[in-house]
Ligand binder design. Structure first.
Ligand code: TYD
Ligand code: MG
Length: 477
C-alpha cells in the first residue's frame, strides 16, 4: 500500500524537514521551505552509472580497459554554446540550463536544436509551457523551421516518454522541467518531488543509451516553482544564462561540467531574429565608456581562454552614517572589504565615512583576483576625483601587505589591450612587458597610486596621505 506523508521541502536544495522553519536546515536560505505531500518508500530505484537497468550489478574493470566511447562532443551549431561546453554536447548527457524567466533560454535552445537538426540530428522539443503554435511563430522569426526538428506540446511525463520512444531523437529539449509532471507521483505539479521525480526519469532515459537531454529550469524564489538547484547533482552539466532583461547582452557560463572546464564565457546579443554571438566582446563592453571620468579603470580580464576588457567603475560619497553602505555589482563584496582595509592601512586612504559603490560595466561578474589593482585605482580615483589615464589598462592582485602580485596570462591580456588601441599598462613588478604598450611595473599599491592618478578635475575632498603605514619586504615605495 502506498503511504503518504507531509514534509517541508526546500525549493533551493531539496532538503526535507518534518516541521516548517524560516531557514532551510540544508542550505541556510531563508523562506524556501514549502509544504508537500510525498510517497513513502516503494518506487526508489538505484541507477548504475554505466546506464544499465536499475538493480543489475556492473562488473569492475581496470581503468585502462574502460573505453571512452560515446563521450566525444558533437557541435551544437551555436558557436558560443560550443565554447561553453568545451566543443559541443556529449551524446546521452544531461544538461540543465537555468536562468530568469524571459532571459532567452527557449530562444537559445530552439536555435541550437534547429542548428543540430540542420546537421542531420533528430531533435525533439518538448514544450510544456508554450503552445506548439507559439513555438512555431518563434521558429519562423528565427529562421528555425528545418526538417528533423520535432515538437510536442505536452507536460505529462508518460506522454513525453512515449514521444521520446516514437521519435528516437538524438537530442531532447524539455522546456521547462518545472512544468512537467508525473501523475504517478502524489505531489502537485511544480513541487520539488515532481521536479526531482521527472528529472530522474529523463536522466535514466538518457543514461540508458538514449538521447542527450537538455532541461530548462527557471531560477526564481517567487511563485511555487521549485528551484533547479535540487537537480544540480543529478545532471552532468549545469549552465547558467544571465544578463539584464532590459539590455541585449546575455552571458552563458557553465556552473558544473563533467566533460570539460567550467571557465568559459559565452556571449550573445538578443536581436529581433534570435541570439547572435558577440563578435568583439571587449569592444562592446567598452563602447559606452566616457573618457576623463574619475573612478573608471579598464581591467584586462580572462574569461576562460578569452581575454575580455571590462570597465571597473567606483563611486565614493561622503556620508554621516555610522556604517556606510558598500555596494558591489559584478565584484565580490568580501574582496571589496579586504581592498578597502588594505587601502586604509597600507596607503592611508580611509573611506570609513564614505559610501562605496563598485560596479563592473556590462553585467560581467569578475572572480579573477587580478582585478584588485584596478579596483583599488578606481576607488582612489573616485575618492580624489582624479581620473586615471584613458589609454591605460591595469592588472595585478593586491596582497594584505599592499604588495602587487603577478597574475596569469599577462601577455594575452596585454595583447588584447593593444589590439583595442590602449597605449599604456600598469602591471606587477615581475610581469612580462608588451612591445606595443608602454608598460609600468609596480611593486606596491602605494607605488601605483602615487603616480598613476591624473590631474584633479575638481578640488579633491580626500587626499592620498603618507607612505605605507607599515613597511613589508615587498614594498619598494
Ligand atoms: P525566451 O527565450 O522566451 O525566454 P525564456 O525561455 O528564458 O523565458 O525569450 C524571452 C525574450 O526574448 C522575449 O521577451 C522576447 C525576446 N526575443 C527577442 O528579442 N528576439 C527574438 O528573436 C526572440 C525569439 C525573443
Ligand atoms: Mg521559455
Amino acid at each position: 500500500m502506498v503511504r503518504l506523508r507531509t514534509i517541508h521541502r526546500c525549493t533551493e536544495c531539496g532538503a526535507g524537514s518534518p516541521r516548517w522553519a524560516g531557514r532551510c536546515p540544508g542550505c541556510g536560505e531563508w523562506n524556501t521551505l514549502i509544504e508537500e505531500v510525498e510517497q513513502v518508500g516503494g518506487a526508489a530505484q538505484t541507477r548504475s552509472a554505466a546506464g544499465g537497468p536499475p538493480g543489475r550489478a556492473a562488473t569492475a574493470l581496470l581503468l585502462t580497459d574502460v573505453g571512452a566511447d560515446g563521450t566525444e562532443q558533437v557541435s551544437t551549431g551555436v558557436s558560443e554554446l560550443d565554447r561553453v561546453l568545451g566543443g559541443g554536447m556529449v551524446p546521452g548527457s544531461v544538461t540543465l540550463i537555468g536562468g530568469e524567466p524571459g532571459i532567452g533560454k527557449s530562444t537559445l535552445l530552439l536555435q541550437a536544436a534547429a542548428a543540430m537538426a540542420r546537421n542531420g540530428a533528430r531533435c525533439l522539443l518538448i514544450s510544456a509551457e508554450e503552445s506548439p503554435a507559439q513555438v512555431r511563430l518563434r521558429a519562423e522569426r528565427m529562421d528555425a523551421l528545418v526538417p528533423g526538428l520535432w515538437l510536442i506540446g505536452e507536460s505529462s511525463m508518460p506522454a513525453i516518454l512515449a514521444a521520446v520512444r516514437d521519435v528516437h531523437p538524438d537530442v531532447v529539449v524539455v522546456d521547462s522541467i518545472q512544468t512537467v509532471w508525473d501523475p504517478e507521483l502524489e505531489s502537485p505539479p511544480g513541487s520539488v518531488a515532481q521536479v526531482k521525480g521527472c528529472a530522474h526519469q529523463l536522466v535514466t532515459a538518457a543514461k540508458a543509451g538514449g538521447p542527450a537531454v537538455v532541461m530548462v529550469g527557471h531560477v526564481t524564489k517567487e511563485g511555487a516553482l521549485a528551484g533547479p538547484r535540487v537537480l544540480e547533482h543529478v545532471v552532468d552539466t549545469v549552465l547558467s544564462f544571465e544578463g539584464d532583461r532590459h539590455h541585449a547582452i546575455r552571458l552563458l557560463r557553465a556552473v558544473k561540467h563533467r566533460f570539460g572546464p567550467t571557465g568559459e564565457l559565452g556571449l550573445f546579443e538578443m536581436t529581433g531574429t534570435g541570439l547572435q554571438a558577440v563578435a568583439d566582446p571587449s569592444g562592446l563592453f567598452l563602447a559606452d565608456r566616457r573618457s576623463g571620468n574619475s573612478g573608471s579603470v579598464v581591467f584586462p580580464s580572462m574569461e576562460g581562454q578569452r581575454p575580455l576588457l571590462v570597465e571597473i567603475q567606483a563611486l565614493v560619497v561622503p556620508t554621516p552614517m555610522v556604517s556606510p553602505r558598500r555596494s558591489v555589482s559584478g565584484f565580490d563584496s568580501g574582496r571589496l572589504s579586504l581592498l578597502l582595509a588594505v587601502l586604509d592601512r597600507r596607503v592611508g586612504l580611509s573611506l570609513v565615512s564614505h559610501e562605496v559603490y563598485v560596479s563592473v560595466a556590462g553585467g560581467v561578474k569578475i572572480g579573477d583576483p587580478g582585478a584588485d589593482l584596478a579596483v583599488c585605482l578606481a576607488l582612489a580615483s573616485a575618492a580624489t576625483r582624479r581620473p586615471v589615464d584613458d589609454d591605460m589598462v591595469v592588472l595585478g592582485e593586491v596582497g594584505l601587505g599592499g604588495e602587487v602580485r603577478q597574475v596569469t596570462q599577462t601577455s594575452r591580456r596585454l595583447a588584447e589591450a593593444a589590439r583595442l588601441g590602449f597605449r599604456r599598462a600598469l602591471v606587477p613588478a615581475r610581469a612580462p612587458g608588451h612591445a606595443e604598450l608602454s608598460v609600468r611595473h609596480v611593486e606596491s599599491l602605494f607605488d601605483a597610486l602615487e603616480r598613476d592618478l591624473g590631474p584633479a578635475s575638481a578640488p579633491p575632498k580626500l587626499r592620498l596621505v603618507g607612505g605605507p603605514a607599515t613597511s613589508t619586504g615587498n614594498e619598494a615605495g
